[in-house]
Design a protein. Structure first.
Length: 276
């Protein structure tokens, strides 16, 4: 891993994620590209401004001044956490967040996007809507959502859920490629329920196919899939939980009101999205 893109909105949540990014970059000798985007309002049909160009220029200057003031703050954070040796660059862009992220990924050859999120509702917005949700569904590189409470530890165990489908095979290879950047192990969970079963032959076939990879397969019989996944995160020392873009329905279920309290505890771990 050589470059990490960090979009920021100058918030406290973003600051916490920035410290996480610094630790990640230092541990794996990567460079951080800090991105802030802004959108100017459409004033074409308002009657208040006499000179739209002057108003727009004033807004752009204001955004630039905010960004200019924020950069030293980030440098101070880096120094405070003894991360001032991490290489950083800073980019201010006008326009749509998603399009700017896509552009920076191509221009800078980004390997990973990291975004901060706050609480259960914040994580819900990341995966089930908002600019970040859209980004996750459309980006060519993995996206890591870092909860406000998350503290960085070296990534050793990456959790992945599978039903041994062919598309899961493709997703798992992407997760393995990600794991190799961190010399991590991928722990694959399959949950057997009354509605879903997997044969021993099928599981052995997968074990054989991935025997040379850093992968472990874990089979659990339980009808409460959500709780089983969360227990898996706790009991197997999972550092990052992976979701693929097409497993969105499962993560939608995670954000039901009845589950919010349990979820708010478990989302202290970052969640990685891979686009399959």
């Amino acid at each position: 891993m050589k470059k990490i893109l960090f979009p920021t909105d100058f918030s406290k949540t973003a600051d916490n994620a920035f410290v996480y990014v610094l630790n990640l970059a230092k541990a794996y000798d990567a460079e951080v590209v800090v991105l802030h985007t802004f959108v100017l309002p459409n004033l074409a049909y308002t009657q208040i401004p006499q000179n739209l160009m002057t108003v727009y220029e004033s807004m752009e200057i204001n955004q630039f001044e905010n960004f200019k003031d924020y950069v030293p703050h980030l440098r101070e954070l880096a120094e405070k956490h003894n991360m001032n040796t991490v290489k950083m660059s800073h980019v201010l862009k006008h326009g749509d967040l998603l399009e700017n992220i896509k552009g920076i990924i191509k221009e800078e050859h980004i390997d990973l996007v990291v975004m901060g999120t706050k609480g259960a509702t914040g994580l819900e917005k990341v995966f089930l809507g908002s600019n970040t949700g859209n980004a996750i569904a459309n980006l060519s590189v993995p996206v890591l959502a870092v909860p406000e409470e998350a503290e960085f530890i070296r990534i050793k165990n990456i959790g992945f859920t599978t039903k041994f489908s062919e598309r899961d095979n493709v997703s798992l290879m992407k997760v393995i490629n990600f794991a190799t950047m961190f010399r991590a192990v991928v722990k694959c969970l399959t949950v057997k329920t009354d509605d879903f079963d997997v044969s021993d032959e099928r599981m052995e076939y997968w074990k054989k196919n991935f025997k040379s990879e850093p992968v472990e397969f874990i089979l659990v019989s339980h009808n409460d899939v959500k709780q089983t996944v969360l227990d898996f995160v706790d009991n197997r020392d999972i550092d990052i939980l992976v979701m693929s873009s097409r497993k969105r329905n499962f993560f939608e279920d995670l954000f039901t009101r009845s589950f919010a309290q349990k979820l708010s505890y478990h989302i202290k771990k970052p969640i990685l999205s891979v686009n399959d």
